[in-house]
Design a binder for this molecule. Structure first.
Ligand code: SF4
Length: 113
């Protein structure tokens, strides 16, 4: 059975509606540079505890981590994925969660250059 003009028009209208809906959703969620708030690491998270992560490098236990220096912060670590001025950003040690610029963990490594 061949489709009628009404069937073709209805199908085209449904497709057009779906495309407009997708476009509308993208207008909300796909704006270039739009802020996306990632989940932040909690100091009590299993990985954070294992790495001795603290949101504030000044609160790192010096006895437990004698090689830690107060000048070592996430935003001068080689694994920091943000800009120097970002307050929170990604780190390959914590997957999709963000860590604090002023934070620290035992995986700290001097940022090259
Ligand atoms: Fe911060 Fe570096 Fe540890 Fe990541 S690896 S949490 S950037 S000190």
């Amino acid at each position: 059975m061949n489709p009628t003009m009404n069937d073709v028009a209805a199908k085209a209208t449904r497709r057009s509606f779906a495309l407009r809906l997708a476009g509308g959703a993208c207008a909300v969620a796909c704006v270039p540079g739009a802020a996306w708030s990632a989940t932040r690491v909690e100091e009590a998270d299993e990985t954070a505890v294992a790495l001795g992560y603290k949101h504030d490098t000044k609160k790192v236990d010096a006895k437990k981590y004698p090689k830690h220096a107060a000048t070592q912060r996430c935003n001068n670590c080689g694994l920091w994925q943000g800009a120097a001025a970002d307050p929170w950003a990604g780190c390959s040690m914590f997957g999709r969660k963000h860590i604090a610029a002023e934070g620290w963990c035992m995986a700290w490594v001097q940022k090259p250059g």
